[in-house]
Design a protein around this ligand. Structure first.
Ligand code: PLP
Length: 421
């Protein structure tokens, strides 16, 4: 099969493809694996019950059923959801926006593909612009989203120690360079894979840098604020026309509904809708219609705050307690990134005698699936920084007993590595 440059780039062995294949094959092997590798949200019974009620209501009305499955939405997305969301955000946060500032996409992943290629890549006349990731490590799902190669420039973080076995990454603003070749800045908040939440102050500094160069600051709020609020620290919901805020219904509990939400200046939304029309004709209505009553009433904010956030916070606390207990007699240094949000523990073993990929393989043989940390540094030049081969991402969203068992096995295996060294 002969393929174009596009065809070749998107069928080459992308990090995310091999990772998803590996996880998928391991799962399909039928062995009793402990799955701590993916980003699937947990199942919160109260959320599922509320969604079921809405689905039943929709199914009982002929008009709603027609809208649910029988009508193409405009390329900007389902109108009633968009207008309810604009109203909610104006009312709750005083954001100066209307329906013209919101577009829906088939999952926020699709939004990132469109946005990165709208603002990064070839501008003609030999000008190529990159997307700046000011804080590595960052979400692996960005890594291969550029139509052009080398779309991302990432910046190594400052590391500060926040407790005996806890550290935190902070943006090294001395090393962040926003130039005429920067097309946009992007940061996930909370960050996948680390659970870091950049502070309000860091966000404001990034916004200033973006404003100076008149480029957008893309904030990936897939886990963040105002919903689904997998946040265990304060983070102010922030939007203005300099910011492109990307939200998602996935981590609220609706990943299969594939609903991403982009909040941005009206010209950006118009451009996104055009690209969306070409790529998808329309965005699916399902997620928007299921969530619309929750948005109209504001319940989406209370569910996020009172159910989703405590659900993950309790899981995080249990996971930290189990891992800390299991590592109490470890013969090595070990750290957990300060878990401020999302659904991951980011474990760091300084001077790990093997690579994190080898550790991942040893854990897989023991029936525990995690993700090697080295995947999460897209756009960071190869600079011999050992740190990127010393970390693991561990998802704690699934059943507590299984997560605890998995964490004990990780601790055993790490200790064994040191004994062998
Ligand atoms: N952003 C981050 C940081 C993620 O972790 C994910 C998925 O795991 C996404 C975006 C994409 O999510 P979705 O396409 O389901 O909205």
């Amino acid at each position: 099969m002969k393929l174009s440059a596009f065809g070749q780039k998107f069928t080459a062995d992308a990090g995310i493809t091999s990772l998803m294949d590996d996880l998928g094959n391991a799962m399909a092997s039928g062995d009793d694996l402990i799955m701590m590798g993916g980003g699937n949200p947990g199942h919160i019974p109260e959320i599922q019950q509320r969604v079921r009620e809405i689905l039943v209501q929709l199914s009982q009305s002929d008009a709603d059923m027609r809208r649910l499955v029988g009508v193409y939405d405009p390329p900007q997305g389902e109108k009633q959801f968009i207008s309810a969301l604009a109203e909610l955000l104006r009312r709750e946060y005083g954001w100066d926006l209307t329906s013209e500032n919101i577009a829906l996409t088939n999952g926020s992943q699709a939004a990132f593909f469109m946005l990165f290629n709208m603002f990064g890549g070839d501008y003609g006349n030999g000008v190529h612009k990159h997307i700046l990731l000011p804080l590595a490590p960052e979400y692996i799902g960005y890594a291969d989203a550029g139509i052009d190669a080398d779309l991302f420039h990432a910046v190594q973080p400052d590391i500060s120690f926040t407790d005996a076995h806890e550290f935190k990454y902070r943006i090294d603003f001395d090393a962040v360079e926003v130039t005429g070749e920067t097309g946009a800045i992007c940061v996930s908040r909370p960050t996948n894979p680390t659970g870091n939440v950049i502070t309000d102050d860091e966000l404001a500094q990034l916004e200033t840098l973006a404003r100076r160069q008149n480029i957008p600051l893309i904030v990936d709020g897939a886990y963040g604020t105002p919903f689904p609020s997998l946040l265990f620290t304060d983070a102010k919901p922030t939007w203005n026309e300099q910011i492109i805020l990307c939200l998602s219904l996935s981590k609220l509990g609706l990943p299969a509904a594939r609903t991403g939400i982009v909040i941005a200046a009206a010209p950006t939304i118009k451009a996104l809708a055009s690209i969306n029309a070409i790529m998808n004709l329309a965005t699916g209505s399902f997620g928007a219609m299921l969530a619309e009553p929750l948005v109209r009433s504001g319940e989406i904010l209370t569910l996020s705050r009172d159910l989703v956030c405590p659900f993950y916070k309790a899981k995080m606390q249990r996971a930290v307690a189990v891992f800390s207990g299991a590592m109490a007699d470890a013969p090595c240094h070990w750290y957990i990134h300060k878990p401020e949000g999302a659904m991951f523990l980011w474990l760091w073993f300084p001077d790990l005698p093997i690579t994190s990929l080898e550790l991942y393989q040893r854990l897989k043989l023991r029936g525990v699936l995690v993700v090697s940390g080295h995947y999460f540094f897209p756009g960071l030049p190869e600079d011999g920084w050992n740190h990127r081969d010393e970390c693991l991402r561990v998802t704690y969203s699934q059943d507590d007993e299984r997560v605890a068992e998995g964490l004990r096995i990780i601790a055993e295996e790490v200790k064994a590595v040191w004994v062998e060294a």
